[in-house]
Design a protein around this ligand. Structure first.
Ligand code: CA
Length: 371
């Protein structure tokens, strides 16, 4: 039990998206713009492709896929994940299809990828591979060439596919660290050369420089909270919408009143705010934005109540809006969005108790997407 009053009856609004959002017509994309393939009004088939860090070596068992799906859902983007594998936590990961294969090397993907591509015909691929090539110097040294060949195979098999190629997570062991650093260093150049040759390939720094030692389950796998940070980078690359995350448990970001910090690895940054249970409980974020406008605030929240719960949210003392959190579990976190006007310069955004109970991990801030 994470809250003192969790047994109280809750409202019974179920099945709704967290935020009702009516998309405006999308502007016509530029002819030479492969970089932003996932638009609000365009159904898109996305294949997550890779190894165990696509499957998910974390406690939730979804790697970046759960939070990426949540971020896309919060915008109302019609994305269909595709692949021959189906795994991960139902609910928080609304589409469990993928093409992640635990323990696989680049060469193993090379041997199977053509069949997967012709079967599922994705519009977009998120490729993260190479961790299992880092075991020794020889295989690590061969990894860039194998990645180059794999990119050629993918783009030749599906010339219209938009291929996003990621860095791989940095590993703590000194030998692995050096190999990963060397491999990650080569990836932008490999991708740039393919793009210069006319292929629709883009590099995503999904992982490098992102994690602390406490962000790892083991030598090889970022934990669930850490994977959510990689998901932000994937989302931004896929949509062209940069997100800034503010951790609720960091005192520099937020003032907490009559609620408690909870340390747990499912939360981004290793912590979240629980016990937002009382009329005077609040989490008040303070941050700056460069320009005035309507911003999308995505709250990463944990709700294990078995029904939709909510917070009241207001910006700079203005009117309260409601952000609704579907119930997944206390250890599976969703991204629920609300759009609020912000000022140029400093802002405060205050979360207070709504219906039943939800814990607050972080907020992910951007301008409201226009495409
Ligand atoms: Ca957090």
């Amino acid at each position: 039990m994470r809250g003192l009053l969790r047994a109280l009856p809750a409202i019974a609004s179920v099945g709704a998206l967290a935020f009702t959002f009516t998309p405006a017509p999308a502007p016509a994309p530029a002819a030479d713009e492969p970089a932003v393939p996932i638009r609000r009004a365009t159904p898109t088939k996305l294949m997550p492709l890779g190894d165990s860090n696509t499957v998910g070596g974390d406690a939730a068992g979804a790697a970046y896929r759960a939070d990426l799906w949540q971020l896309l859902r919060a915008d109302g983007r019609p994305v269909d994940f595709v692949g021959s594998v189906n795994s991960g936590p139902a609910g928080v990961l609304g589409d469990r299809d993928h093409e992640g294969h635990g323990g696989w090397t680049i060469g193993q993907l090379q041997g199977s990828v053509t069949g997967w591509l012709t079967t599922y015909r994705p519009d977009v691929i998120t490729l993260q591979i190479g961790t299992n090539d880092m075991y020794d110097d020889a295989s690590a040294g061969a990894a860039p060439g194998k990645l180059s060949t794999l990119i050629d195979t993918i783009t030749t098999t599906l010339p219209d596919v938009k291929l996003f190629v990621a860095s791989i997570p940095q590993l703590a062991d000194p030998n692995h660290y050096a190999r990963v650093a060397a491999f990650n260093y080569t990836i932008p150049g490999i991708v740039a050369a393919k793009a210069a040759a006319g292929k629709q390939v883009r590099y995503v720094d999904a992982n490098s420089g992102l994690f602390q030692p406490y962000d790892f389950v083991d030598m090889w796998h970022p934990n669930y909270g850490a994977a959510s940070k990689a998901a932000i980078r994937w989302y931004s690359a896929l949509t062209g919408v940069p997100i800034t995350r503010y951790e609720a448990e960091q005192t520099a970001n937020a003032r907490v009143t009559n609620a408690k910090r909870v340390q747990i690895t499912s939360a981004s940054g290793g912590g979240k705010i629980g016990y937002i249970d009382y009329a005077d409980s609040s989490v008040t974020f303070t941050f700056q934005v460069g320009s005035a406008g309507t911003y999308r605030i995505r709250a990463r929240g944990a709700n294990g109540m078995g029904t939709v719960c909510s917070h009241q949210v207001s910006a700079n003392g203005g009117p309260k809006a409601t952000v609704k959190y579907p119930s997944y579990s206390w250890d599976l976190l969703g991204e629920s969005a609300v759009d609020l006007p912000l000022n140029a310069g400093p802002n405060t955004v205050k979360f207070t108790k709504g219906d039943c109970y939800t814990e607050l991990d972080a907020i992910d801030l951007s301008l409201v997407p226009t495409a």
